[in-house]
Write a protein of this length. Structure first.
Length: 199
């Protein structure tokens, strides 16, 4: 009988301590969790399920990891509409039109040389141009000799499109021959080496 009374007394004391602790937490404005780890796992699971549901409805993106703001069907100027981020698309084909044909002409006429396409001017010198606009310009093809030294830069012009004079000036300062080829009158493979190396 004394053991039973002792167990009941301990249980009552433990209940009083838990109730007192809960009351103390409530008075301080904190939430009381008897099993906090289990509660956090439950919240994490619920938030993950909410994100997956929002993603399937198209209201969340995997890049941001946050649901898109909900709208109530009216255009509210206080809540700006967020446009979905455009996903990058592979350039297909990498070379097309006159640039592709010029690549094949150079490849056939300069068999021991190396060709690179869509090269920015900033990549051709040891330091980028002072003008950021020139640095972002690119040439259609860069021709390198077998030792990987740049010997020429080629732009293929279509229609009335011309080349920017500042591009030609920058390439001249680097000592790189700059060729502007007409897409409708490309040289033959046997002629391309003479064009690149002519004095």
């Amino acid at each position: 009988m004394s053991w039973f009374g002792l167990v009941v007394g301990v249980a009552i004391l433990a209940g009083v301590v838990v109730l007192w602790y809960k009351l103390h937490k409530n008075m301080r404005g904190e939430t009381f969790e008897l099993f906090p780890a289990r509660s956090r796992e439950k919240e994490k699971g619920e938030s993950l399920e909410a994100f997956v549901a929002a993603y399937r409805r198209g209201e969340a993106s995997p890049a941001s990891g946050t649901p898109a703001p909900q709208t109530n069907g009216t255009d509210n100027p206080a809540i700006p509409a967020v446009a979905p981020a455009a996903l990058p698309v592979k350039r297909e084909p990498f070379l097309a039109g006159g640039a592709k044909l010029a690549y094949y002409v150079c490849k056939a006429g300069l068999r021991d040389h190396h060709l690179f396409a869509h090269v920015r001017l900033a990549s051709l010198g040891t330091s980028p141009p002072d003008d950021p606009a020139i640095a972002q310009m690119e040439v259609d093809l860069v021709v390198c000799n077998p030792e990987m030294s740049i010997v020429a830069a080629i732009d293929v012009l279509t229609g009335t499109a011309g080349a920017a004079p500042e591009k030609a000036d920058y390439l001249r300062t680097l000592g790189i021959r700059y060729l502007r080829l007409n897409a409708n009158a490309l040289p033959k493979p046997a002629e391309i080496q003479a064009l690149i190396y002519r004095m």
